[in-house]
Design a protein around this ligand. Structure first.
Ligand SMILES: CCCCCCCCCCCCCCCC(=O)SCCNC(=O)CCNC(=O)[C@H](O)C(C)(C)COP(=O)(O)OP(=O)(O)OC[C@H]1O[C@@H](n2cnc3c(N)ncnc32)[C@H](O)[C@@H]1OP(=O)(O)O
Length: 252
């Protein structure tokens, strides 16, 4: 295995960071009136969802939890704006069938695609690890380096705990799957899926601490891409992984 590519100061592109069009609106601008505004609204609502999850697992004091919940509810109510007179939910929050990623290439911008067709297939990043609009995601912010490797950064709060004070091993694996998956898709590459992912847990991955997840292609053989990666806290590599991503035969 070759050594991990170093994080260069000049990340070439952002693999899952929302582009400017996805930036949240200024506070207090009321209900969204455009797709971009709705996206910002969704991301702010997701951020409140994360705060809620943290509050639910953190508070030992029921009175304090109740106060936090009231505060979050007020902020959520402020985001949603006034309810439509007929009770119709806003377009962006209407229930949809479960999303499935598998057959559709995802946007690299992290933006969720146009809603006009109301398709059950959501383009873009709605993964439970890196999507800014998925409250299950920390989110892990992934950038692509000039050398083609991918680097994810996050600090994981208490709801990601496994053993006390450590990030759950499955979450460590999830971060590696996502970052190696990003690295497995250089520009123009056919979509490929994780076929093998082997993770070694070398040391505790701490909660509430800056983590860096790296992934890079070791070699490519036809439709097979062999990946490697690491999770680090400071200078400590807490996990390392190797994996195989395979493009389906029909992809060419
Ligand atoms: C996704 C779209 C992205 C779009 C661009 C945006 C990118 C933005 C970042 C996205 C990030 C996503 C990160 C989340 C990643 C997931 O969550 S992916 C979802 C989880 N994975 C899956 O659903 C995959 C399920 N498996 C499959 O669909 C099929 O097995 C696959 C992968 C399409 C392969 O099917 P297949 O070609 O029929 O498989 P098969 O011929 O048995 O094996 C393929 C090759 O691998 C070899 N192989 C198999 N096992 C091994 C092994 N253990 N060791 C060595 N070689 C092996 C075989 O020998 C074979 O090689 P050849 O004989 O062809 O030389």
């Amino acid at each position: 295995m070759t050594s991990a590519p170093q994080a260069g100061p000049g990340a070439a592109s952002t693999a899952n960071t929302p582009d400017a069009a996805d930036a949240p609106d200024a506070p207090g601008d009321g209900a969204a009136t455009s797709a971009d505004g709705a996206r910002g609204l969704a991301e702010r609502a997701a951020a409140l969802g994360r705060e809620l999850a943290t509050a639910l697992v953190s508070a030992g004091d029921e009175a304090r939890l109740a106060a936090q919940l009231r505060e979050l509810a007020a902020r959520l109510g402020g985001l949603a704006g006034p309810a439509p007179a007929d009770g119709t939910p806003p377009a962006d929050t209407r229930a949809r069938p479960a999303a499935h990623h598998g057959q559709e290439p995802a946007s690299r911008s992290g933006a969720v695609g146009p809603d006009e067709d109301d398709s059950p297939v959501r383009r873009g990043d709605i993964t439970p690890i890196s999507s800014p609009r998925n409250p299950l995601a920390p989110p892990l912010v992934i950038e692509r380096e000039a050398d083609g490797s991918a680097v994810g950064r996050a600090s994981l709060p208490l709801q990601y705990q496994g053993p006390p004070e450590r990030v759950h091993g499955g979450i460590v694996c999830l971060m590696l799957d996502q970052v190696l998956g990003s690295a497995a898709h250089p520009k123009g590459a056919a979509p490929a899926y994780t076929r093998v992912l082997e993770v070694e847990y070398l040391a505790a991955t701490p909660l509430d601490a800056p983590l860096t997840v790296r992934g890079w292609i070791e070699r490519t053989e036809g439709r097979k891409r062999f990946l490697a990666g690491t999770v680090a806290h400071g200078d400590t590599i807490t996990a390392r992984a190797t994996g195989l991503w395979v493009a389906p035969r029909e992809a060419g």
